[in-house]
Design a protein around this ligand. Structure first.
Ligand code: ZN
Length: 535
């Protein structure tokens, strides 16, 4: 309202229905310029015009390289560009017809608070009521949408990416986050400069949400069993949340890198990377812990190392949780992503309890959406996103709620260790997620070629076994007659491809599936670069 009055005082020419995109003030045009994609840092243009590279708009969130100075890689986004993004989001929220009420938050990085403030300026300019909850985990922002009755959210985070990256996770229909359609429309609005500034926006700081969130996220779990838990945060944002939450659940907590340090002195907080997993394993051994729980940079993922120091991938954790939960929730549905083990299909406990398992597209947004659509009890994504529907969770991915589900499972099985519970699963040898570099602009065309190659191999043999299925819901998941499979797909948030293999036979065979099958086949494509890690 105050903004409106100020503009009126200066005789601003308003377009009908308070749309202000071509306002004039004392003969000067007031509008957000169309963002450019070709501005270099350390120039006058960089300081005055919005820069937004199109590659930052991913399938279900946004990530840009922000810090170019002193690096070879030039910046893909500047602060004016972030404002344009906020205004574009506001334009989209109005277009979607939702109440333009937005929860914002930011992760613990040196650049995040400033980027969030620029984003808020854009959102307010677009007529949004912004409720800023401050330093947050992504799930705290999702939870605040329920708590503050706000349909929309915008969380500034680069998750586990190295310093210099930034990004936004956003939604307009809680508990869901944007999918490819909304992201595509947002990209269109921002890059074409089709902004619709509106009056009526406002910005409010909401205090005390951190403590309230920690209390709520841990409320459902009170364990009776004595459990020693390593809580690993890699100096990321989760350090301000997870130790308190796990203690409230009744665990004895051993803090590991829970002090916030945005230089990330040890490694990027990513419980899917071997570096963090090895450190967690060492801590389990040192302290004789029952389990280690590791959280990523924005706390929407949880990684697990068992009491013997062995990492358990999220699909196996999901299978353990599904077996445990299916006893209390008969005929439950579980959604898992295509990177997940084939053991869900053959598990006798799930069969006995009438559980249904649905394999769906990799990506936190897809699995979340699918879990909600199917009314599934839970969805598990191989990268460590767990989605629990009521009464366990609210449908979004929350590493702390996932940690609670794991502690509750251990509590319900007081005579068994994590390793015992894992030992009850069938045997499969699954690789790490291996990611060869491949530029964003060409990664999908490389995958198209690989899908075509594998489709042509359907019914033929790979390493002496017949190809029985080529699932192309997301890249190519190629299943052999003994149940072993290989997966090649494009990463949704990095210039990389994603490779996973699983053997039902042996660890050697798992290595062969990679070294004798996928790696040489991908190697024939010149655009495919070095792997981040290999088995
Ligand atoms: Zn994350």
């Amino acid at each position: 309202m105050r903004l409106c009055r100020a503009l009126e005082r200066h005789h601003l020419a308003l377009r009908p229905r308070t749309v202000l995109n071509t306002g004039e003030l004392k003969g000067l045009t007031i509008m957000m310029p169309k963002p450019r994609t070709d501005i270099l840092e350390n120039t006058l243009e960089f300081e005055t015009l919005p820069l937004v590279k199109p590659t930052g708009f991913r399938e279900y969130d946004a990530r840009w390289w922000f810090n170019g100075i002193g690096h070879e890689k030039p910046a893909e986004l500047n602060l004016e560009g972030v404002k344009a993004l906020g205004l574009g989001m506001a334009t989209l929220f109005h277009e979607l017809g939702v109440e333009p009420k937005v929860v914002t938050g930011h992760d613990f990085r040196s650049i995040s608070a400033g980027i969030k403030n620029a984003l808020i300026l854009g959102l307010v300019q677009g007529g949004c009521e912004v409720l800023d909850v401050g330093l947050a985990l992504s799930p705290m922002v999702y939870w605040s949408q329920f708590e503050l009755d706000a349909p929309c959210c915008a969380m500034v985070t680069a998750s586990h990416n190295e310093n210099g990256w930034t990004g936004v996770k956003m939604g307009a229909d809680k508990p869901l986050t944007f999918g490819p359609e909304e992201m595509g429309r947002l990209k269109e609005i921002v890059l074409s400069g089709a902004f619709e500034p509106r009056a009526g926006g406002g910005h409010f700081h909401v205090d005390g949400m951190l403590d309230k969130y920690v209390e709520e996220a841990s409320k459902g779990v009170r364990i009776k069993r004595k459990l020693k838990v390593v809580c690993a945060c890699g100096n990321g944002t989760a350090g301000a949340f997870a130790p308190q939450a796990l203690r409230a659940m009744g665990a004895e907590v051993i803090e590991m890198d829970c002090n916030l340090d945005n230089t990330f002195p040890k490694y990027n907080p990513n419980p899917e990377d071997t570096e963090m997993l090895h450190a967690m394993a060492a801590a389990v051994e040192e302290h004789g812990a029952d389990v280690a729980l590791g959280f990523d940079g924005d706390g929407d993922r949880c990684g697990v190392v068992d009491n013997t120091g062995e990492e358990i991938f999220a699909d196996k954790i999901g299978l353990m949780l599904a077996r445990d939960l299916s006893k209390n929730y008969e005929n439950a549905t579980f959604v898992v992503d295509v990177k997940s083990t084939g053991l869900y299909k053959t598990d006798p406990v799930l069969k006995e309890n009438g559980a249904t398992v649905d394999y769906y597209k990799t990506g936190h947004s897809y699995i979340k959406r699918r879990t909600n659509e199917l009314g599934a009890l839970a969805g598990f994504e191989k990268s460590g996103h767990f989605f629990f529907q009521p009464p366990i969770g609210l449908g979004y991915d929350d590493g702390i709620v996932a940690a609670g589900a794991i502690l509750a499972m251990l509590d319900r099985n007081p005579d068994k260790t994590m390793a015992d519970l894992k030992g009850e699963l069938g045997v499969a040898f699954t690789s790490l997620t291996m990611s060869p570099h491949c530029d964003d602009e060409i990664k999908y065309s490389v995958i198209d070629k690989m899908v075509a190659e594998y489709e042509a191999l359907n019914g033929m043999e790979i390493l002496g076994r017949k190809v029985v299925d080529v699932n192309t819901v997301n890249g190519a998941r190629v299943t052999l007659e003994d149940g072993s499979w290989v997966l090649v797909r494009a990463s949704s948030n990095k210039p990389e491809l994603v490779v996973v293999v699983e053997s039902m036979a042996s660890e050697d065979d798992m290595r062969d599936l990679f070294h004798k099958e996928v790696k040489p086949r991908l190697g024939k494509h010149a655009e495919v670069g070095a792997y981040n890690q290999e088995i």
